[in-house]
Write a protein that binds this ligand. Structure first.
Ligand code: ADP
Ligand code: MG
Length: 287
């Protein structure tokens, strides 16, 4: 397979705001998870991978082609699947009509072959039974899956998914993981998420963005390892922790500089991620 994504010093400015401040990455086969707090630049990066946004500076190659060249951009788009963070729907379309419409834009000219492909991707996201319902009558999770279905059309070589699990219930999330693992056998997948469990369960590699720059790039286990020796539990809240929260069983879990004699536990990927972010972006902390 060609190198799916190659970025060198990639920048993006919106007016005076530098949303990406020089990102250098090579992405290949497998599933790469993009983590980062809101505003870190994930969507900006993914829109560049999807050829809908031009970089302000730096070099970008997608599937060994140059997205600035009109002809090569078309070649990239033929091999690309993209799930935007906020896909605009034609609400009066049925799920089938919408995915069929996107397939038409993707140059599936032969009607029978196109319809077969539309049915295949709708079945893959378990929407075959509601395929002929109007999108406006579908639940949020179903709409998310309609959007995912169109990204899967034609088994793309590069699959770019911006927050694909947002709004999915736990069962749908499991189903999604299976779907993406299958897709990753033949393509490079880049997905952004706020769910560290998705990354732990799915990704072979995790890239964390902070303020438009790469703050971490490595395996999920290596991200968890950032917090090794720095996660402890106790019955009382420890004021010295960088982050602390009460777990379901009533114990307090802490991340930070552990005091002497602390009950150190095995770090999770989320612990490592919180360690990386420091106090800048805390989850809801239970009092
Ligand atoms: N179209 C835009 N115009 C101006 N600023 C933008 C635009 N899109 C994003 N930004 C800014 O760029 C930064 C990165 O945004 P974004 O890529 O959406 O981050 P994320 O997806 O990680 O939340 C944020 O500060 C955001 O406000
Ligand atoms: Mg975003």
């Amino acid at each position: 397979m060609r190198t799916a994504v190659s970025m060198d010093g990639l920048t993006k400015a919106y007016g005076r705001k530098l949303a990406l401040a020089g990102v250098t990455l090579e992405i290949d086969r497998g599933i790469t998870g993009l983590l980062g707090p809101n505003g870190a630049g994930k969507t900006t990066l993914m829109r560049m991978l999807a050829t809908v946004l031009r970089p302000s500076g730096g070099a970008l190659r997608l599937l060994d082609r140059d997205p600035r060249d009109t002809g090569e951009r078309t070649e990239i788009r033929r091999r690309l699947g993209y799930l935007p963070q906020d896909p605009g729907f034609h609400q009066h379309f049925t799920a089938f009509e919408f995915v069929d419409y996107i397939a038409t834009l993707k140059e599936w000219v032969d009607r029978d072959a196109r319809h077969a492909e539309v049915r295949r991707v709708l079945r893959a996201v378990s929407l075959d039974e509601v395929a002929h319902r109007r999108i406006r009558a579908l639940s949020g999770g179903m709409r998310r899956r309609v959007a995912l279905a169109q990204a899967l059309l034609g088994s793309p070589e590069l699959l770019v998914l911006d927050e694909p699990t947002a709004g999915l219930d736990p069962q749908q999330r499991l189903q999604f993981r299976e779907l993406v693992s299958d897709a990753a056998e033949s393509s490079a997948v880049v997905l952004s998420t706020h769910q560290t469990e998705d990354v732990a369960a799915l990704c072979s590699r995790v890239v964390a963005l902070r303020d438009g720059a790469v703050a971490f790039d490595g395996s999920p286990a290596a991200l968890a390892d950032l917090a090794r020796g720095r996660v402890w539990v106790s019955d009382m809240r420890d004021a010295g922790a960088t982050v602390a929260w009460r777990t379901g069983d009533g114990a307090h879990r802490h991340v930070g500089a552990a005091p002497a004699g602390a009950r150190i536990v095995e770090p999770t990927l989320e612990d490592g991620y919180l360690m990386l972010l420091g106090t800048a972006a805390l989850p809801a902390v239970a009092a």
